[in-house]
Design a protein around this ligand. Structure first.
Ligand SMILES: Nc1ncnc2c1ncn2[C@@H]1O[C@H](COP(=O)(O)OP(=O)(O)OP(=O)(O)O)[C@@H](O)[C@H]1O
Ligand SMILES: [Mg+2]
Length: 267
């Protein structure tokens, strides 16, 4: 018996069925008690391997997605942001937007959950079998600008073109210089109708000229970005402020807003 087990161990290892190998002893013990059919035994053992592999792939995809934190749609309190149309979110949850290479644009003042939702959509896409990558607009500008100076732009652009879903966070917090804006345009053009972009911004579309330094470029970017897209315009209170108020750091009752929050972004 021991010889047979050793042989089995060697075979499972050679086939790289590591989870099945690790679970073999427990499965054999249970089989001794429950006496399942041969097919059931094999099915249970291989199912363990399959689950472990799926978990490994998921963990790898999450790691390479470069997410600043992990938050899901289940963790989002929609009752706190009634301006968000739940039907829109449910539609996005189907991940049709990923298949159609359509974009999602989340607009709104600070703290209303733009990044949370962008990350949650990226995680949903990853769970659905797609790849995702997260970058802030600033990091993207710096990275691609550096690559352009070093003559490696095409190579570096590939990092942002490969994933099925690219999150570009915080468009508009920092203005882009001319080179940054041109590279940003190149990126949007290259992903157009090929891969989804989930973008967040505190600026309404009318103010995008300021971000990119000139209206023509901003229009060309918006034209491509919005052609196949869903805009989620959040007009609400900052969740961060609510948490601080709950912690007693702000006067209770008053619906305090950060400066500029009144002018919620409008498309
Ligand atoms: N409705 C919500 N339910 C649960 N958590 C929320 C909600 N809105 C925001 N949060 C949490 O509050 C924090 C701030 O949200 P988030 O970072 O998504 O804001 P933001 O809109 O991206 O703000 P900023 O423009 O400043 O980047 C995060 O920890 C996020 O998980
Ligand atoms: Mg944010």
């Amino acid at each position: 018996m021991n010889l047979l087990l050793e042989k089995l161990h060697g075979t499972l290892t050679a086939l790289e069925l590591t989870a099945a190998d690790a679970g073999l002893a427990a499965h054999l013990e249970r089989a001794g008690k429950e006496e399942p059919s041969y097919a059931q035994f094999l099915c249970d053992l291989l199912e363990e391997e399959r689950t472990a592999r799926q978990d490994r792939v998921l963990a790898t995809r999450l790691r390479v997605a470069h997410l600043p934190y992990q938050k899901t749609l289940e963790q989002f309190d929609f009752a706190f942001q009634p301006s968000i149309d739940r039907r829109q979110i449910r539609e996005l949850e189907t991940l049709r937007f990923v298949q159609e290479a359509s974009n999602v644009i989340l607009l709104g003042p600070p703290g209303v959950g733009k990044t949370h939702l962008a990350i949650a959509l990226a995680i949903a896409a990853i769970r659905g079998g797609s790849s995702a990558y997260f970058a802030t607009a600033h990091d993207l500008g710096v990275e691609l600008g550096k690559a352009a100076r070093e003559g490696r732009l095409a190579e570096k652009l590939r990092v942002y073109l490969r994933p099925k879903v690219l999150v570009v966070d915080e468009v508009g917090y920092l203005p882009l210089d001319k080179v940054g804006a041109t590279i940003f345009f190149q990126l949007i053009s290259a992903r157009y109708e090929r891969g989804s972009i989930v973008l967040t911004s505190n600026k309404s579309y009318g103010d995008w000229g300021e971000i990119f330094g000139e209206l023509t470029l901003a229009s060309a970017i918006l034209d491509r970005l919005l052609h196949h897209s869903t805009t989620i315009n959040i007009r609400g209170e900052s969740y961060r402020l609510r948490e601080r108020r709950k912690a007693g750091l702000l006067p209770g009752g008053a619906r305090e807003r950060p400066p500029g929050a009144e002018e919620a972004a409008t498309p």
